[in-house]
Write a protein that binds this ligand. Structure first.
Ligand code: MSP
Length: 516
C-alpha cells in the first residue's frame, strides 16, 4: 500500500547572489508537483531553503565587504521572497545556518563515524569553489594560459590540508544494487545511465572536512575542522522533517523523502553521496531524484557579464506569477534544457491562457450572466455532443493524472490545453449565441461549457493556482469540491440554479514588442 504522506524538496540554493529564473524554475516545477499531490488528496510536506556555508559564501562576502552572515541573511531573504512572489506552497524554508540544522548535521556525522566510515588523513588535490567540489586531475582541462578548469568551466585551486574522509569507495556495490532494485530512483533515464557508469568506474573516498576557514558546521570533537559544505547541505533534507529530535512524529511520517527535485549539475551529490551517507548512518534512502535541465535566456547561457540574467521578480512584476509559472511548465520539457524567451512567453500566454482558457470562460459566463440572470442553467442529459465534450475533458484529466505519476509536467499542461482547445471547438460549433429561439438549448450549451471549465480549472490549480481559484470562485465551486476526484467524477456538476458571481477577466494579453 502506498502511504498517504508525501515529502518533496527542491535543492537549497547558495545565497551568494540574487535568485535568477533558473532558481525560479526549480521552485515552480517542484511546487506544481507538490500541489498536484495535494490535489490527489495526499498529505504533502514541501521543503525549500538556502545552503549558506562553504567557501563560495566566504569569498563573495569578502568581495562585497560584508560579513558572511550578513550576506547569507540578505540573500536568503530574497529566496524566501521569491517563493512568495511565485506563489510557492512550501511548508517550511530551511536555512543551513539554523541551530536545528547544526544538531542534525553533527548527528549524521556521528552516526557515520560510529559506523566506521569516517577516517582522518590529508587532502591534496584540486577544488572548485564555484562548484564547491573536489576534482581529480583527469577531470580537468587547461586553458592556453595554463589555468586549470573543472568540467563546469570554473577555475580550480590546489588544496593541501588535513581532512576527514568518508569511505565512499566501500559503497559502490550497495549503490549499484539500489539503482538496480529501484529503477525509478534516478530520473530522467539518461541521467540514471550516467550515474550507473560513473559508479561502475569505481568510487574514491571523499574529503569531508576543511581546516582553512571556519564558516561551516564544526565537526564533532575535532577542533579546527568544519564540515565539507555538501555533507551539511544534503543533510537539510532530514533536518527539515525533524531529524534528530522529532524522530517519532514528523520524521517517521515523512522520511524517506518521496522526491528530491534538483538540477542536472548536482546529480552526483544526490544519487551517489547522499544515499551512501544515509546508508552509512543507518537511515532509509530517499525514494527518487529528478534532475531537471538548465534554462538559458533568449538562447544564451545566462551570465552577469553578458547581462542576460532573467530576474524573476521583475518578470513577475510585469506579467504576474501564473503566466510565468505556466510558461516554465508548458514550454520546457521536464528533464530537458529549456529557454526563457520573452516573445515565446508572450505568445504562449496570449494564445493558451488568455484566448484558450480565459476567453472561453469569459464568453460563456458572461452569456450566463446576461441571459440567465447569473444563475447556472440546467444541462440536457440526452445531448450527445454535450456528453461527449465532458467525457473528453475527463479523459484528458485522467491522462494528466497519468503523466503526473512520473512528474511529466509539460505533458500534463499540454493535455490541459488540448482539453480547452476541444472545448473551444465545441463552443464554436454549438454557437449558443444563435440559440435565442431555444433558450433551453442555449442554457445547456453554456452549462456544459461551464462544467468543462470547472473540471479544467480544478486540474489547473497546481500550475496556475491563482487563476484557477478565480475561475472556481466564479463558478461558485465550494472549497471542498476542488480535488482531482471532483474533476473526474462524471456525475458531479455545478447544480442548476446556482447563483454565480459576476464574471471578470482572469488572464491578460501582452504585446510582443516592448513599449517605448
Ligand atoms: N547549494 C547547492 C545545492 C545543495 S542541495 C542539497 C546548489 N546551489 S545553486 O544555487 O547553485 O543551485 C540551486 C539549484 O538551482 C540547483 O538545483 C541548480 O541545478 C539549479 N540551477 C542553477 N542554475 C540553473 C539554471 N540556469 N537553470 C535551471 N536550474 C538551475 O547547487
Amino acid at each position: 500500500m502506498t502511504r498517504n504522506a508525501y515529502y518533496l524538496t527542491t535543492a537549497i540554493a547558495y545565497p551568494n547572489g540574487e535568485p535568477h529564473i533558473g532558481h525560479a524554475y526549480e521552485m515552480i516545477a517542484t511546487d506544481a508537483i507538490a500541489r498536484w499531490r495535494r490535489l490527489e488528496g495526499r498529505d504533502v510536506f514541501f521543503l525549500t531553503g538556502t545552503d549558506e556555508h562553504g567557501l563560495k559564501m566566504v569569498q563573495t562576502a569578502e568581495r562585497e565587504g560584508l560579513s558572511t552572515k550578513a550576506l547569507a541573511d540578505r540573500n536568503s531573504a530574497r529566496f524566501r521572497e521569491l517563493a512568495k512572489t511565485l506563489n510557492i506552497s512550501n511548508d517550511d524554508f530551511i536555512r543551513t545556518t539554523e541551530e536545528r540544522h547544526f544538531k542534525s548535521a553533527q548527528e549524521i556525522w556521528r552516526r557515520m563515524e560510529r559506523a566506521g566510515d569516517i577516517y582522518q588523513s590529508t587532502y591534496t588535490g584540486w577544488y572548485s569553489v564555484r562548484d564547491e567540489a573536489y576534482f581529480d586531475e583527469s577531470e580537468l582541462t587547461e586553458t592556453p594560459s595554463g589555468k586549470k578548469l573543472a568540467p563546469s568551466g570554473a577555475e580550480v585551486s590546489w588544496v593541501e590540508e588535513p581532512s576527514y574522509f568518508f569511505r565512499l569507495s566501500a559503497f559502490a556495490d550497495r549503490l549499484l544494487k539500489l539503482y538496480d532494485e529501484q529503477p525509478d530512483f534516478i530520473a530522467p533515464k539518461e541521467r540514471r545511465n550516467e550515474v550507473i557508469s560513473f559508479v561502475k568506474g569505481g568510487l574514491d573516498d571523499i574529503s569531508i572536512s576543511r581546516t582553512t576557514f571556519d564558516w561551516g558546521i564544526p565537526v564533532p570533537d575535532a577542533p579546527g575542522h568544519v564540515m565539507y559544505v555538501w555533507i551539511d547541505a544534503l543533510t537539510n533534507y532530514i533536518t527539515g522533517v525533524g531529524f534528530p529530535d522529532d524522530t517519532g512524529a514528523q520524521f517517521e511520517k515523512f522520511w524517506p523523502a518521496d522526491l528530491h527535485v534538483i538540477g542536472k549539475d548536482i546529480i552526483r551529490f544526490h544519487t551517489v553521496y547522499w544515499p551512501a551517507f544515509l546508508m552509512s548512518a543507518g537511515l532509509a534512502v530517499q525514494k527518487r531524484v529528478f534532475a531537471h535541465g538548465f534554462l538559458t535566456s533568449e538562447g544564451k547561457k545566462m551570465s552577469k557579464s553578458v547581462g542576460n540574467v532573467v530576474d524573476p521578480f521583475v518578470t513577475v512584476e510585469e506579467f504576474g506569477a501564473d503566466p510565468v509559472r505556466f510558461y516554465c511548465l508548458r514550454e520546457i520539457s521536464w528533464g530537458q534544457d529549456g529557454d526563457w524567451g520573452r516573445e515565446k512567453f508572450i505568445n504562449r500566454n496570449n494564445s493558451e491562457l488568455a484566448n484558450n482558457f480565459g476567453n472561453l470562460a469569459q464568453r460563456s459566463l458572461s452569456m450566463i450572466s446576461k441571459n440567465f440572470g447569473g444563475q447556472m442553467p440546467p444541462r440536457q442529459s440526452g445531448s450527445g455532443e454535450d456528453n461527449k465534450i465532458i467525457a473528453e475533458t475527463i479523459a484528458a484529466i485522467s491522462r494528466m493524472e497519468n503523466a503526473m505519476v512520473t512528474e511529466q509536467l509539460h505533458e500534463a499542461t499540454a493535455e490541459l490545453i488540448a482539453a480547452l482547445s476541444a472545448a473551444n471547438l465545441y463552443f464554436a460549433e454549438q454557437a449558443p449565441w444563435g440559440q435565442k429561439s431555444d433558450m433551453a438549448r442555449m442554457g445547456a450549451i453554456l452549462a456544459t461549457t461551464a462544467d468543462v471549465i470547472r473540471r479544467a480549472a480544478i486540474a489547473a490549480q497546481p500550475f496556475v493556482p491563482e487563476a484557477a481559484s478565480r475561475f472556481l470562485d466564479m463558478l461558485a465551486v465550494p472549497k471542498d469540491q476542488r480535488l482531482l476526484q471532483h474533476a473526474l467524477d462524471p456525475d458531479l456538476v455545478v447544480p442548476a440554479a446556482t447563483v454565480l458571481p459576476a464574471p471578470e477577466p482572469v488572464f491578460r494579453k501582452f504585446e510582443t514588442a516592448k513599449a517605448g
